[in-house]
Every structure is written in C-alpha cells, then in structure tokens.
Design a protein around this ligand. Structure first.
Ligand SMILES: [Zn+2]
Ligand SMILES: [Zn+2]
Length: 761
C-alpha cells in the first residue's frame, strides 16, 4: 500500500461553469482514483488518492485536455497523507475565502443541444432554454461566486426529478450544469402585445408570423432585449429605424444558417477564419462584404458595402430563425444612447408591436460582440457577449490591484490583479445617466465577482469625461491620469503580451493631449510605462469645437482654409450644399478667436468625406470615415504624394490633391482610394523615420481609425516593407473599447518601475 499517494490540486482560470468538475470526476473514475472535487472562491479544488501514475495522469489531463470552454491558467499540486477513503465525489462548493474565481463567458447552443431542440422524440423538443455544460448562459445570469445554481438567476427554478437525475449523473452531459432545466421545471416563453395581453398559440410560431407580416418584435435574448424585423421588408426596417431614432447606423442580420449567410454575403474569397468566427461558440456579429442584390432591405445598412451577420446563439433564436425561414434584423433594444435593455421593466419601454419574452431574469446586460476579418484573422470591433468577462492573461504582474476607467465613447473598464486583466463588456457611450449607472454598477459587480479591491484607479486626461469624474470621486485609491494615445499603444502592447519600446501609431478621432490640444494622429515612442510624442498630423482648427465632430463639412472648411488660405471654393459641392452656413464658419477661420486645434486623423477623414459629398453631417460616431472607406475603389492602388516634414505629416497636401482631382472631375471612388493610400504612405514614412532615429524595430498600431481595414492593410504592408515588425490588436478592439486595458497596463508598468527604483536606492 506504500504506492498510494494523495494530492491536493488547485486549478485556476476559467474553470467554473464549463463542466470542469464533471470532467475531473470522469477522469478520476477512469483511472480508479478516489477523492473529491469542488468549486471554491479561487477556482476548482481537487483531492485525489491512488497510485502515482493515475494521479499524474489526472494532473496531466487537467493541464492538457480541459473541457472545451475552460481556460486553465495555473495548476498547483501539494502532496498530503492518504486517508484511505474510497469513491470519488463532487462535493458542495466552498463559499467565502478569496474570490479569484473566473467567470465564464456565455456560449452559443452546442450541436448536441441543437439536435435535441429539433428532435420530436426528445423531452426538450422545441424548448427554448435547452443547455448543457458545454453551452448556454453563464456571465449574464451569474449574481455571485462561486458559480452554482444558487448564485444565478436560475435559483428560482427548482429542478424536476428528471433534470435532477441528469444533473447528478456523472455520465450525463448535464452533470452539474447549473442552468439545466426542461419544459417541466424551467423558464417559460410567452408572447404578448405591447399592451401586455398574452397572444394565444405557440409563442414562436405566432412571433414568426408577426415578423412575416411586418411587425417590430422585441425578443428577450441572452444579454438583453433585441428588436427584430423581417430583414427583407423595407417598410418594417424603415419603421424600426424611425422608432429607434437610429439615424443611418447599420443593423445586424441574424441568418438561420451558414447557407443563408452565403446568400447574403460573399464568402467565396473568404478563408477559414470567416466560417470559424461565424460558427464558433462566441457567435459574434461578423462584418462581411454584402452580395449585390442580396435579399436584404436597403435601409438595413445604408451607405455600407458590408453587412453585419450572425448565426443564432440561443435555442430561442434558432427556433425563431427556423420558423421564419429567412434572415431577420436583430438589433439591441435600447432607448437612444442607453445600454441594451436587460431588465423586463426597461424592455417595456421599447417601441415594439409584440414581445417574445420569458421569466429567466438577466442579471448583466450584454451586447453582441462585433468582429471584422482582416487577412483571415478576427479583429475585434466590439468586445461583449462570448468574450467578456474572460480574463486576459499577461506575461507580467500588477504589483497593486488596478481599476482603469477607460475613456468616454465605447466605454469599458478594466480590473487587473496578479497577472490578469479583466476587461468589462462594451458598455456604450458614457453620455447619460443610464450608461453611467451601468458603468458604476458594472464596476461594483466585477469587484465582487473577481474579488479585486483596486488600490490604483486610472483615468483619461480629459477632465470632462464622465469616466474621469467617476475615477476622481473614488475614495481610498491612488488616481493616475494616462494620456489617451499612450493608453491606446499600451493596449496594443498588452494585447500582444509585449512591453516595448515601439513606435506607436495611434490614429483616432479625439484624445486629450498633454499640450491641451486635441490629438488623434500621433506617432509615439512608447513603452508600457511612458511615451514621448515623436510625430503627428498637421494640426488644424476645429471650427465650432465639438460641433465640428458631428458636422464634417466644418472640417472641410478648416482644411480648405489651411491648404489654400482664404479664397473662393464656390465650385466645390461641399460649399454649395452648405452655402447658408458656410460664410460664418469661413469668417471664423479667417479672424475668429484662436479656438481648439486638432491633429486628429478622424477629423481628416471627415473633411475628405465632406469634400467628396459622401457625408456632410453624421448620425453616429465615425460615420463619415466608415462611409469614405466603403466608397474607395479597391482596384486603385496609387496614393497622393504627401510631404513629411521631419515627422509632421502635411495633411494639407492630401486636401490639395483631393480638390485638384475633384476639379478635374475624377470619380469619388478613385479619390477616396488615393486618399487612403496617400495617408498610409505618409504615416509609414514618418513612422519609419521615428523608428530609425530611436533604434526601434517594432511598430504598434491602435486607435479607432484602424478599424478601417483598407488603411490598416496599406500601413501594415508599408511598415513591413521597411523591415518593422507590426503589432495589431487581437483580443481587445483598437478603438476606445480597448483603452481601459492600456490604462491598466500603464499603471502596472509604473508600479513595477517604482519597485525597481526603490530596490536600487
Ligand atoms: Zn449544449
Ligand atoms: Zn426539468
């Protein structure tokens, strides 16, 4: 008997709510081991006893072959004395103690559950809440840790005998699946009118019929309520747009299956990355080139060659898609500017004709994630469902726990401790009370879930951002201001697990500079801890300040004035279209007070967009730039020549060239392309100079303008041509949604530098 050993094994990572305990149970039984497995506040806790080879095999399995949705960060093993107790059991979770457990993201319905959903012989046939240890709701229903049914919004549903038997059977794929349920014991679907009257009949069939007849339907999904209409019904889509006060921003379309996606979008040239993104357990909205003449109403995505498509990710979406038999628009149900409505009482205010809803509460509101595909790789645009709150593992440690509060638009926050950063889901723009409340509630929820008590709180340098004000209102923490574009570059570094130094290229709309001007076209020599501004786009005035952001024609006026001096531009369409308001702005530029100036790349795109007649005013952030990219002819590869004076990019050269081509009657598609390539080449030239002058071999690209894959591709190719290694975002968006990670990374690096300095002194 001296060969019998006992080990205490602690597993940390995303190990709760992903079928980890059943998995351990299965391995232990297979190897004839006795012992226990439990969740606790730090992860999964195992004690096993048996022959050393069997114990080693279990440890190896935990490390190498964990369940599909699990992410194992750390496995620690401690030998203890054998007890001789037989059998292997899953035991009650241990509450209390430290709460470093990591909460799993929600996962799309797995193939096994999908097969049951459409199997008439199955007891969960057409049951909209079917799930198992490999799929279903997680983060959206978790109220506390450790992850157990009592700590979810399923606590009000007592399991029936049949469900409980599956839940307790180690051989069942629902073994310890916390949200397990069936028609006999789980949540119930209902369909009611906007007045609250229940609509009789099968809720899914009736809801599909309503969609088919042009109604706007509210659907309670995983992370909140969506509004749905038949995607081919122009009138219904227009009605949805009007009721949502949506302006022109594109709607996403949910297609029943991959074949339906192929009818909507061109997947022929797309490699495996597209299909993997569409069909994986995260199920984001994927932006893809729309097929000309595809059966989708024009007002789904006006001014856009791309279409955002996604496949069903809950049983309810599958049922609805199959019943309707064609794609439907699925857009976040929210009141203008507010977060997605996740509580039933908020959803009642949505402008829908009918509500397809249920009685499983949603604890945390969560939008759909959005990705683009760049050279067969997923590029995050909005990080939410399926990703949050999966921690981002980093190759360095945070000496003190950090809370980073992000920026203002596309807000996220980040909590970091140990060697992990937890970035919140996309919360929206911090412009109103509801979003700010979601932000503050989210910080409190994450602090509890992850047991992180921040000692440092990071904020943007912009004094008027609500995130800055929130950070400075916290007691008992040390505030740290981090410049916006340094945070962008640090975010790209952290995203890649690197520390720099690099030449950082940050192109975006707005960020408060250290000189009090608005930056946004910046070349930085940066590492995680610090930066130096090494180059930038030529600054121009912003006539009317922030009004110029919503009115790109004002930026056209500013750039024309800078490029040509005061003069007559009456032959240009942008002047004619805005003739009533043009003279006042022109006068402001000639002899107005010295107002705000900006080196923003976003404002440059705005100006060119207005000059080309693409967009004079916008209804959503970045619209003019998005539509300018869409307009560019992909076949045109030449760019306008641009002077790079030292490391300052003379953007007025671009404006003069654009106007010259316009006056020659060149097509907007050609001009848009030449503008992109000209700007890209100038950025590359300036960055290569900065790199050479500072002995740098790596470039890091960040900022919302790099969501533009035409510009991104040209810049990446150019930098590589100069022999530079290029870092791109992979795990968090390049836009302001990634700022909080960068802020946290800067705080950690400053703390590490301070420790080194202290040790030396
Ligand atoms: Zn499943
Ligand atoms: Zn049941």
């Amino acid at each position: 008997m001296d060969r019998i050993v006992r080990s205490r094994i602690r597993v940390e990572g995303i190990v709760q709510g992903v079928g980890f305990r059943p998995f351990v149970h299965g391995v232990a039984v297979r190897h004839g081991l006795s012992g226990t497995v439990a969740n606790d506040g730090s992860g999964v806790f195992i004690e096993v006893e048996g022959v050393p080879e069997a114990v080693a095999a279990l440890i190896e399995a935990v490390r190498r072959n964990p369940p599909e949705l699990a992410v194992v960060d750390r496995v620690s093993v401690e030998p203890v004395s054998p007890t001789g107790a037989g059998g292997f059991r899953i035991v009650q979770s241990v509450t209390g103690g430290s709460r470093r457990a990591q909460v799993s993201p929600d996962a799309a319905t797995c193939d096994d559950c999908l097969a049951e959903l459409f199997d008439p012989a199955d007891r969960r046939y057409r049951y909209p809440f079917v799930n198992c240890t490999n799929c279903g709701p997680r983060f959206t229903i978790i109220t506390s840790v450790p992850y157990d049914r009592a700590a979810t919004t399923m606590r009000g549903f007592a399991m029936c005998t049949a469900c409980e038997a599956e839940y307790r059977d180690p051989g069942d794929r629902r073994f310890h699946a916390q949200p397990v349920c069936c028609p006999g014991c789980g949540p119930t679907l209902t369909l009611h009118t906007s007045g609250g009257a229940v609509i009789a009949g099968d809720p899914v069939a009736e809801a599909a019929a309503l969609l088919g007849s042009g109604s706007v339907l509210a659907v309670k999904g995983l992370g909140g309520h969506h509004l749905a209409v038949d995607a081919a019904d122009e009138e219904a889509v227009a009605a949805l747009r009007a009721r949502k006060h949506r302006g022109d921003k594109a709607f996403a379309v949910m297609a029943p299956d991959l074949a339906a996606v192929r009818e909507l979008c061109d997947l022929d040239g797309a490699a495996s990355g597209v299909v993997a993104a569409l069909t994986g357990p995260r199920r984001p909205i994927v932006l893809l080139p729309r097929r000309p003449g595809c059966p989708v109403a024009a007002s789904v995505a006006p001014g856009n060659r791309d279409l955002g498509v996604l496949l069903p990710y809950t049983p309810l979406h599958h049922l609805l898609a199959r019943e309707l038999g064609r794609p439907y628009v699925l857009t976040s149900g929210n009141l203008s500017g507010e977060p997605i409505a996740h509580r039933d009482e908020d959803a009642r205010r949505l402008a829908a004709d009918a509500f397809l809803t249920h009685d499983r509460p949603i604890h945390t509101g969560l939008d759909d994630s959005v990705v683009r595909i760049f050279r067969d790789t997923e590029v995050p645009v909005r990080r939410a469902r399926g990703h949050a709150p999966a921690p981002i593992a980093l190759p360095w440690a945070f000496p003190r726990p950090v809370l980073a509060c992000g920026a203002q638009l596309k807000s996220t926050f980040c909590l970091a401790t140990g060697s992990h950063a937890v970035v919140s889901q996309h919360l929206g723009d911090l412009e109103n009370y509801a979003t700010m409340r979601a932000f503050a509630d989210g910080v409190a929820h994450f602090r509890r879930l992850f047991g992180i008590e921040p000692e440092v709180v990071v904020h943007d340098l912009h004094p008027e951002y609500l995130s800055t004000k929130y950070a400075l209102s916290l007691d008992g923490v040390q505030p740290l201001g981090v410049q916006h574009h340094h945070a962008h570059i640090a975010s790209c570094l952290a995203d890649n697990g690197e520390s720099g130094p690099v030449v950082g290229i940050a192109l975006d709309g707005t960020g408060f500079g250290t000189d009090g001007t608005i930056w946004g076209g910046e070349l930085l020599v940066a590492d995680l801890a610090d930066f130096e501004r090494a180059g930038h786009l030529e600054p121009v005035p912003m006539p009317g300040g922030v009004t110029a952001i919503r009115q790109p024609w004002r930026m056209a006026a500013a750039f024309l004035h800078r490029a040509f001096g005061p003069g007559s531009f009456d032959d240009l369409g942008v002047v004619r279209r805005n003739q009533d308001r043009w003279p006042a702005v022109a006068a402001l530029l000639v002899n107005g007070p010295a107002g705000q100036v900006t080196s923003s790349a976003g404002r440059l795109f705005d100006a060119v967009s207005a000059l080309l007649g693409v967009r004079d005013t916008i209804s959503y952030d970045g619209q003019a730039a998005v539509e300018l990219e869409q307009r560019a002819d992909p076949g045109v590869r030449d760019g306008y020549p641009v002077t790079v004076a030292g490391t300052v990019i003379r953007t007025t050269d671009l404006i003069r060239a654009v106007v010259g081509d316009l006056r020659r009657g060149e097509a907007a598609e050609v001009i848009a392309a030449r503008f992109h390539h000209g700007l890209a080449a100038a950025v590359v030239t300036a960055a290569a100079r900065v790199a050479a002058a500072n002995g740098l071999e790596v470039a890091a690209l960040s900022g919302g303008v790099f969501c533009n894959t035409l510009l991104l591709g040209a810049v990446v190719d150019g930098l590589r041509h100069h022999g530079l290694r290029v870092l791109l975002h992979r795990r968090v968006p390049c836009n302001d949604g990634g700022i909080s990670l960068g802020q946290a990374a800067v705080a950690g690096a400053r703390d590490r530098a301070a420790m080194v300095a202290k040790a030396r002194s």
